[in-house]
Design a protein around this ligand. Structure first.
Ligand code: UT7
Length: 335
């Protein structure tokens, strides 16, 4: 029930990709992989890697200033910054504080969301609640990652390292001036039983000290993924959470104009879209060019779609993501 609450809306988006392109052929020079394997299994052709000394907050900043300008506001008008990332600038404080310093708006509330592939979605859901209740008018939600700093570029890390890339996206969530348009629903889920299926074991504050030479030597500082298990859970949970959004809004899948998936694997998204009877032309992919940018994939997709004029006013846009944790989520928007 909405009662007399306000409706929130994604007012604008922005994106930032590092310039350096790393192709599958480039990776094949340093590990035992090949372009055919990567493209067939994932759809990925190339990804971007940031240069030394560029952090998630830098990509987030570039994306944020575009989104702020497009929303027609000044940074001072932001009430809160929510930052989704797993590849933080520093262990602490969170990248949201670092971004706030770059934007020059001391005093504004900041929050880091550590929800991996659904970090941006959880961020939008939190923003939606603050806007709906009238507490805030403008919330900046960022998803940005520097995966290139944490990839094991060797044979033993190949199943993970070919997938991920760097990138940042941002959105301003504000008040809708049309009660029928904006964020219709958000559905958030998690299942911690899958936490070791995609994780980095160390450094770890369970250990004293939390980082040792032995950890480095054992290779437990690199991401570890049970790809098959993640894949199976993704193709189960995504249809569930999509149907949850449709049912909650009494909308049929045929009425959806655009299905925007987290870009983890093009084959997962094609499988789910096919299973749900959604035609290819309604599904946006950019994993070919960027790989999996975790918290950044959704704002990167939205920003490209808006720029290309693919998403039009009043279109029904269904956003869905699944990833590490496990966490999964859907957001339904009438644009
Ligand atoms: O955003 C986070 C969420 N993540 C996901 O949703 C990822 C979900 N999982 C996947 O997308 C797939 O599991 C992968 C694309 C990661 C891997 O595909 P797979 O079909 O599950 O491959 P696999 O790990 O079972 O490996 C198949 C074979 C193995 O060789 P053998 O044992 O059959 O001889 C691997 O060693 O492919 C080999 N392999 C590679 N070969 C070339 C693994 N990685 C590579 C590689 N290049 N990069």
């Amino acid at each position: 029930m909405r009662g007399n609450m306000r409706r929130s809306k994604i007012l604008s988006t922005g994106r930032c990709l590092p310039e350096r392109v790393v192709t599958n052929h480039d990776l094949a020079k340093v590990m035992n992989t090949n372009d055919k394997w990567v493209q067939e299994r994932t759809g990925i052709v190339e990804r971007r890697y940031a240069e030394e000394d560029v952090g998630a907050s830098d990509l987030g900043y570039e994306a944020a200033i575009i989104a702020i300008e497009r929303a027609g506001i000044k940074p001072e008008e932001l009430d809160m910054i929510i930052f989704g990332t797993l590849s933080y600038d520093h262990v602490f404080p969170g990248s949201s504080c670092i971004l706030q310093e770059k934007l020059g708006i001391p005093g504004v509330a900041t929050l880091d969301v550590r929800n991996q592939c659904t970090g941006f979605m959880y961020g939008v859901a939190i923003a939606d609640q603050f806007i709906k209740t009238g507490m805030y008018d403008h919330v900046l939600v960022v998803g940005a990652e520097i995966h290139s700093a944490g990839m094991e570029l060797t044979d033993s890390g190949r199943n993970v390292s070919v997938i991920f890339g760097d990138g940042g996206g941002a959105a301003i969530v504000g008040v809708s001036d049309d009660d029928n348009r904006g964020i219709l629903s958000t559905h958030l889920h998690a299942d911690g039983r899958g936490f070791k299926s995609l994780w980095i074991e160390a450094d770890s504050c369970r250990k004293k000290p939390r980082i040792t030479h032995q950890m480095l030597d054992a290779g437990i500082v690199w991401p570890n993924m049970n790809g098959g298990k993640v894949f199976k859970n993704a193709v189960t949970r995504l249809p569930e959470v999509i149907n949850e959004a449709l049912d909650a809004n009494d909308i049929k899948i045929d009425e959806v104009d655009h299905l925007v998936f987290h870009q983890a694997n093009m084959r997962i998204n094609q499988y789910v879209a096919h299973k749900m009877g959604v035609p290819e032309e309604k599904v946006w992919h950019n994993i070919q060019r960027y790989g999996n940018t975790t918290a950044a994939t959704i704002p990167l997709c939205l920003d490209e779609m808006l720029e290309a004029g693919v998403i039009k006013d009043n279109d029904i846009v269904l956003i869905a993501a699944f990833g590490a944790g496990f966490t999964w989520a859907s957001i339904l928007v009438r644009w």
